[in-house]
Ligand binder design. Sequence first.
Ligand SMILES: O=C(O)[C@H](O)[C@@H](O)[C@H](O)[C@H](O)COP(=O)(O)O
Length: 260
Amino acid sequence: MATAHHPPSAPILVSFTNTDALVESLAAFVAKAQRESIDKKGKFTVALSGGSLPKLLRGLIDDPSIKWNKWHVYYVDERVVPLDHADSNHRACVEILFSKVPIPQEQIHPIDTTLLDDLEELSDSYEKELIKEFAQKDSARFPIFDLILLGMGPDGHTASLFPGHDLLSEEDRWVAYLEDSPKPPPKRITLTFPVINHASRIVFVAAGGEKADTLKAVLDDPEAGLPAARVKPVFPGQLYWFTDDAATVKVSYPRTEFRL
Ligand SMILES: O=C(O)[C@H](O)[C@@H](O)[C@H](O)[C@H](O)COP(=O)(O)O
């Protein structure tokens, strides 16, 4: 169990020469994470981001080792729009991934779109979804996801946690809302840092040269405190970075060879 004396273990950085290699290894990693979780407790709880992430999960679609009926999927963050809106992270995940695999619909947890006009109610209701899944099972103060998959924006944001925003210091809530996201659309809900940091495995997926400067800042100068650098798993959680060489070209932080 977590104790205050355990330092967080250092992030593991793996970098691939091209996107296809990244996609393949990411799928293998996720497959292993789900196998371990299912072996241990019969299910796999995962939180997904939007942006480029859903496409980078395409390696899962034809993987026969994925037990989709054991997956319980939540969103790291969601834009406050109807589920069929072009900006919806849920819509992107369904179109790119969930419509192509046999995952039971009731095990995918989108936002309650009857509450789009009341962000406080909406974030409370999403927190209640998480409480249903996590609160009874263990006495932890925060949910312990088996896997949280994150992206990083060019400004260093992750989830909907943006540089300089008040939500960076949220310590109590599981799910928070914002109305002033600098990345459109402005209204969003997001998991908070304590929830992200309590996951068993946290994986950032960042590809492309436009992320090179930010990735250097996050990995080589974490004290500067960009949001992505504030992802520091609570023991025994582990943080991984899955990147491509275009994104890591400026990074001095040591790379680890990918192996399962
Ligand atoms: O809803 C969102 O906007 C995402 O969840 C967001 O946090 C995303 O992961 C980053 O902005 C990185 O986006 P890209 O992967 O598209 O660069």
